[in-house]
Write a protein that binds this ligand. Sequence first.
Ligand code: TRP
Length: 343
Amino acid sequence: MNSHVSKTRKRVLSGVQPSGNLTIGNYIGALRQWAREQHNFESFFCVVDLHAITVPYDPAELRAKTREVAALYLACGIDPDISTIFVQSHVPAHSELTWLLNCITPLGWLNRMTQFKDKAAKQQADSVGTGLLDYPVLMAADILLYHADAVPVGDDQRQHLELTRDIAQRFNHLFGETFTIPEAMIPLSGGRVMGLDDPTNKMSKSETSSEYHAVYLLDPLDRARKKIMRAVTDSGRDISFNDDPQRAGVNNLLEIYEALTGKTRSEIEAHFATARGYGDLKKEVADVVIAALEPIQQRYREITGEQGYVDSLLAQGAERAAEIARSTLDTVRDRMGFIKTHS
Ligand code: TRP
């Protein structure tokens, strides 16, 4: 049966690269939302290891981070009985579809990608790998293989989603209706946690400029507290939500507090109206961050403490994913004119 036809719920797919350290920004903006939404969508969550090799990397670290990200998916509440959790490289269809899509993707489309330009600028021109340019085609393959209807991603991935749609449309036009055209699902608010050291830039799991940039999900709790206490603010003392770039630090702390407590903005401003200064705000933000991290870290220790548990779940996930991916790829090969093997 065509995987297209058997869908009952809308399907979502998203992924995280196994590089850097997952942050509270990844939790608030992505993992926590995915865990909530997994009941409403048929969900696929991928650890995109093939994407992680598009910049210089260390194989031992890739191996460790791949398991770490998968275990953090679980620790943040993604349920392997409800959602499919898998490693991208375990499903070879991702690589194969990338090649096929490469051949219908104009080079000009890839040269325009701002993330490529930014990342390439950080490396010596003669060491930028072809894979870095091709990164968005691999991402398109991830999404199109599963006929995902919606793709929850941060705002920084909007351009890659547009490209995915363009590639899907081009394929459908050239070879007949094959792919679902996916929608980006970008969180409206509370989805964007900013750097603690520089609140005008998004908190990033791979930013190493300062050790006070981000709170990592696996930070020791006293370290997490220290990072919040050191967060850059301003010289004022008014604790209110605002979009003044000068006051972005306080606003960021308030938004973290909002996301983790679920309180309304007016409740929060009333609560902090009697605070003596930003120190009081930071202390309470640190408390709610730690309250969120504690159970995640507890589950993470349980999950990784059981020998082979994560690997066996990933094997099951890969099997489920591969079945759908294989069926899509069979259709694609046929539409593109490849003959079948006869055994
Ligand atoms: N490029 C995405 C990011 O850096 C990760 C990613 C790879 C992804 N494949 C994907 C996200 C497919 C959504 C769907 O955030």
